[in-house]
Design a protein. Structure first.
Length: 184
């Protein structure tokens, strides 16, 4: 029993350490960035497996349909895969047509939430996020149809705490001089 508890405790400590390393801002140091990216993928496909596995399947489907995979640092994404809206499944995200400049960083922020929340991510963030998106496009349909300013749209969308967390964290971790955030 003691060996089992020690193994569980050691596993938790290693997982927490990997999560801490994986959520560090992108680094100019290649070795540090490689280690952080490795930790990101390991945690995504262990603790964050449910969303990551679903994302991998979706990525394969889009790839088979001829969409080209792209990278945003540690993440893999596909552009213009649906008319409106974007979504994230672990280290993979899928951008709708005419996504705002901040959207890739926001979706990458959801990938960070996945590695922290693990199997709780779909319940705590994923499902509420989809409900919020559906509510948001109905509530603000007139503003969206009238070319609402992108900054106003982002501020309104980020009223949902988990959405604001994704945007802030994605920008903090992934935005740097090599990948400038262009405010539309």
């Amino acid at each position: 029993m003691r060996k089992k508890m020690t193994a569980i405790l050691l596993s938790v400590v290693v997982l927490v350490g990997l999560v801490i390393v994986a959520v560090q801002p992108v680094s100019e140091n290649r070795a540090a960035e490689a280690f952080s990216a490795g930790a990101f993928w390991v945690v995504s496909f262990t603790w964050g497996l449910p969303a990551s596995l679903a994302g991998a399947v979706m990525a394969l489907v889009y790839h088979a349909r001829g969409f080209e995979a792209q990278r945003l640092h540690r993440n893999i994404y596909f552009e213009n895969v649906r008319p409106v809206g974007s979504n994230n499944l672990g280290p993979f995200f899928f951008l709708g047509e005419n996504a705002m400049a901040v959207t890739p960083y926001h979706e990458a922020g959801h990938g960070l939430q996945n590695i922290v929340l693990g199997p709780l991510y779909p319940i705590v963030v994923g499902i509420p996020s989809e409900i919020w998106y559906q509510y948001f496009i109905r509530k603000y349909a007139d503003e969206l149809a009238n070319d609402w300013d992108p900054e106003e749209r982002r501020i309104a969308y980020d009223k949902m705490p988990t959405e604001r967390w994704a945007t802030q964290w994605g920008l903090r971790v992934y935005w740097n001089a090599q990948t400038p955030f262009v405010n539309e």
